[in-house]
Write a protein that binds this ligand. Sequence first.
Ligand code: DX5
Ligand code: ZN
Length: 225
Amino acid sequence: MTDLLHERLVTPSILSADFGRLAADIELAMGAGARLIHVDVMDGHFVPNITIGAPVVKAIAPPVHERDGALDVHLMIEHPERYVDAFAAAGADAVTVHQEACVHLHRTLAQIREAGAAAGVALNPATPLETLTEARDLVDLVLIMSVNPGFGGQRFIEGARDKLRRARAFLPGAVAIEVDGGVGLDNAADLVRCGANLLVAGNSVYGAPDPAAAFRELQAAVSGA
Ligand code: DX5
Ligand code: ZN
C-alpha cells in the first residue's frame, strides 16, 4: 500500500459512480488500470452532504484487494477519531482526516497508523500548509483540496497549483501529495508538475460517457507529465 501511494496515479472517486451498481463501476475503473480507489465519506455536519460509512467500505474492500488495489478513504466528518478504527477494520488502506476536524491531530494520525492504515491529512482551500509544521513527519499522505469539500463536479480552484508547489517543498519527500476536486484532462499533467502524485478524479471519470476510456486518458496524461 505505501508503495502505491508513491506512484503517479489517478484515483477514481466513487462519489460520482452509480451507487446502485457500485461494484460494477469499481470493476470498470480497475479493469482500465486503476489501483487506488478514492472513497468520500461525508457526515452532513463537517460538509453539507451525506454519503456512505464503514459497511460500504467493508463490502467493496475484498474485490479491490483481490485485484491488488487499495482503498483511499477520505473522511469529511466531524470527530473522525471516533470512526478511524471502524474504517481501518472495514478494509481502508489509507485513512485521511481533515486538519480542520481534528483538535488532537497528532493523536489521530498515530491512531490511524496503529490501526494499520496509512495516515493522511486533508487541507481545505483556506487552510494554510503551515498548520502541518508539527505534523508533517507523522503523515504518509497530504491531500490538498482544490474545491471546497462536499460535492463532486465543482470547478477547480486555481490557487491549488501554487499550494501544491509549496507543499512539495514543505513536506518530506516520502509524503505523498494528493489533489482532490475539479481534476480533469485540462489540468492533470500540470498538477503533477506542481507536485501532486495522486490525482482524485470523480466527475471526469464517472461523468464521462466512457469511464474506462476517460480513466485511461487521464492516467496516460499523468504518467507522461
Ligand atoms: C469532494 C470530494 C472529491 C470529489 C471530487 O468533496 O472530496 O473526492 O469526489 O469530485 P470531482 O473530481 O468531480 O471534482
Ligand atoms: Zn475526496
